[in-house]
Each structure stands twice: as structure tokens, then as C-alpha cells.
Write a protein that binds this ligand. Structure first.
Ligand code: SF4
Length: 370
């Protein structure tokens, strides 16, 4: 993709024109649409896109940040691993500071345990090769997009002292959960660009069973504005609804067959807990037949604390993750909870909704409204 091609999606005049059209839409009733992608929230907050929504339209953030939805109990397992002599715990940077029941991995490192930030699972595999006398554990957090590289690392014959704490989550099951829970009805989904590269447009056909439209969107302001406009027009026009792909420069109809095949060779779907939500059937991945030896929980006999604390006192992350509350409704937002001193996971991760809102709260208000 050339820079010239991408510039078309970054042109402020185009964005302003779409924003004007979107602002002028007249909705016949209140409508809520949801995105499930932390990067979309960043674009929306940074560009002030909510200020261009038509009256009666709510655009809420859902469970689109893998670090935010990782339950405290899974981080507690990594903390337990870090406490074991001879173990090196590796993690993506976003997970390093997330508080769990007995503190964070950052606090473990401050206490002298060997916790290291890596940029990919292969870095952790390299570390295991460099230290054959030690156990190297990788905290495997992410959605479908991250599951592929982690599965590939387990297929690439890693050394015997390498294992993972599986905390991978799948997006379609949590979307089904949101549609079935009966409160806070979502009438359309802005679909996540990164995850969609794996799933393809076809990965969301289930939305048609629920009679709900979805639009796959990229990450430039024009991408998001166009996708929101597409959704509101579809909702106003009424059924039958379908899934639209407005990110076809990256997302195909069937997604990445090789990534899907790699994931299914290594991992098995499993019931999984989401922070503040609870267990959702078949919404997670664990090492499947032939790969169980890479499961650090079994290998090292790790045990979650009996009373894992998912949400610290006063934190509304569990409601923010479901789109039931805005970050600004939390009494700790911007006071006891800031990027420098986060109280909850949604303020820690670069994909967290609270962090995006806090980071851009005084940012530019998007393309000028006319
Ligand atoms: Fe949790 Fe902080 Fe967000 Fe409040 S502002 S919901 S404490 S992360």
C-alpha cells in the first residue's frame, strides 16, 4: 500500500465532509452502537468523533482491550510464577502494570523477582534458549490477532523450559454474550480491524442471526466516520441487516486461513473468564492435544488465589468494558486514577477506554463542525 493511497484515508477535508453528513443524520429513535477495539477508541477519542454523532446516537466502547478483559486471576498466576525460584516471567509491556489480587508484575520486579517485558513471544522463546537452566514463562494475552503468532511460536519447536500462561480471548463469543445478556441493547457493531484480518468479514455472519448490522472498519478518522455512517443508515433503513466490510484494503472475505489453521492446530477453545464479566462459554484458548506441556499452569502447578479481586474498590472497569458506563462516570477518573497512577486496567493499557479518554480529554475536537 503506497503512502499516497493511505493519505486518502487521512485527508482532513474528506473526514470533515463525512462528519458533516453524519451530523446531519436524523434518527427516528435512540440508538446505541458499540465498537470492540481499543484502537478504534483511540481514533474516536483523539479525533473527537463523538462530537459529530447525530442526536440520539450513542457510540460506546465494548470489551475491545485484551489487557483490560484479562481477569485478575490470570495475572495472579503470572505473579505466582514470578515468585518461584528460577522462573523468568515475560509479558507484553501493557500487562506489566495491571493490578491483580496480590499486586502487579511490576511490583514483583520491584520486589526482586525476574519479570521482563518482551515485544513478541519469540523474544521469550529466545530467552528460554539463552537460559536452559531456568523456566521461562510467557503471559499469553490477546485476541485472535495475537493468538496466531503465539501458536506459531509453539509450533517452532521451542525449548522444553518454555511455557505460557494462556489468557487468550475470542471476540465473537463476547459479542454473542453482549447480544444475549438482555440489558443495554447494542443495535450495531463497529467491527475490529485487527481481529478482522484473521476472521474476515465471514467471521461475523452470526450477527445476521441476531438481526444486527456490523461494519468492519479501519483506523483512520475517515474509516471510523464512514463505518458509523454506514451503521446508522443501515439501522434507520431497517432489516434485513448484513455485515459490511469497509476495510477491504486489509480485511478479506474469509480472513487469514493460515493464521486460523495455525491457531486451531495448537489451541483448543475453552470456557474463559473475562474481567468483571465472568465466564463466557468457549471464549478462550488453551494449548490443545500435543501442546499441553506448554501450559505453565499445569507444568508449574500454579494456583489462583481463592478470592481474586477483579475490580478494585471504586473502579467501574467492569461496567466500562461492557459499555454500561462511561469512564467519566467513575469517581476515580482523572483523580485517584490517572495514566501515571492507574487504579484499574482500563487506565493501564494503551488500548484501554479510560486511558484513551484521559489521554485525549483536552485533545482537538476533530474535523471542524460546520
Ligand atoms: Fe477503573 Fe480508573 Fe477507569 Fe475508574 S477511571 S473505571 S478506576 S480504570
Amino acid at each position: 500500500m503506497t503512502d499516497d493511497f493511505l493519505e486518502r484515508f487521512r485527508d482532513p477535508r474528506t473526514a470533515a465532509s463525512i462528519a458533516r453528513t453524519l451530523s446531519g443524520v436524523v434518527l427516528s429513535r435512540p440508538v446505541t452502537i458499540m465498537h470492540v477495539c481499543g484502537t478504534h477508541e483511540h481514533t474516536i477519542a483523539r479525533e473527537g468523533i463523538r462530537s459529530f454523532l447525530p442526536d440520539r446516537l450513542r457510540l460506546v466502547a465494548g470489551p475491545g482491550c485484551p489487557v483490560c478483559v484479562c481477569p485478575a486471576g490470570d495475572i495472579d498466576l503470572a505473579v505466582a510464577a514470578a515468585r518461584l525460584d528460577g522462573v523468568i516471567v515475560t509479558t507484553f509491556g501493557d500487562m506489566f502494570r495491571v493490578p491483580a489480587t496480590d499486586g502487579s508484575l511490576e511490583e514483583m520486579r520491584a520486589a526482586g523477582r525476574d519479570v521482563r517485558v518482551v515485544y513478541s513471544p519469540l523474544d521469550a522463546v529466545d530467552l528460554a534458549r539463552e537460559h536452559p537452566e531456568r523456566e521461562v514463562v510467557f503471559m499469553a494475552v490477546g485476541f485472535e490477532t495475537t493468538a496466531g503468532p503465539i501458536a506459531a511460536s509453539l509450533l517452532a519447536d521451542p525449548p522444553n523450559n518454555f511455557s505460557i500462561i494462556p489468557s487468550l480471548r475470542l471476540v465473537p463469543p463476547v459479542m454473542r454474550f453482549l447480544l444475549e445478556r438482555g440489558t443495554g441493547p447494542v443495535e450495531g457493531f463497529l467491527l475490529p480491524g485487527h481481529v478482522s484480518t484473521v476472521l474476515g468479514r465471514a467471521g461475523y455472519r452470526f450477527l445476521e442471526e441476531y438481526g444486527v448490522p456490523g461494519t468492519v472498519a479501519g483506523f483512520e478518522s475517515t474509516d471510523v466516520l464512514l463505518a458509523v455512517l454506514d451503521l446508522v443508515r443501515a439501522i434507520e433503513a431497517g432489516p434485513p441487516f448484513r455485515v459490511t466490510n469497509l476495510y477491504s484494503r486489509v480485511v478479506s472475505e474469509d480472513g487469514n486461513a493460515r493464521a486460523k489453521e495455525t491457531i486451531s492446530r495448537v489451541f483448543t477453545e475453552d470456557d474463559a473468564s473475562w474481567r468483571g464479566i465472568g465466564v463466557i462459554p468457549r471464549s478462550g484458548l488453551r494449548p490443545g492435544p500435543g501442546f499441553e506441556r506448554f501450559d505453565a499452569v499445569r507444568r508449574l502447578g500454579l494456583v489462583r488465589p481463592a478470592h481474586a479481586v477483579d475490580v478494585p474498590p471504586g473502579c467501574l472497569c467492569h461496567r466500562v468494558i461492557l459499555g454500561d458506563a462511561e469512564p467519566e462516570e467513575c469517581g476515580l477518573f482523572g483523580t485517584a486514577c490517572t495514566i501515571r497512577r492507574p487504579a484499574g486496567p482500563c487506565m493501564v493499557s494503551s488500548e484501554g477506554t479510560c486511558r484513551a479518554r484521559f489521554e485525549y480529554r483536552r485533545a482537538r475536537r476533530g474535523p471542524e463542525k460546520r
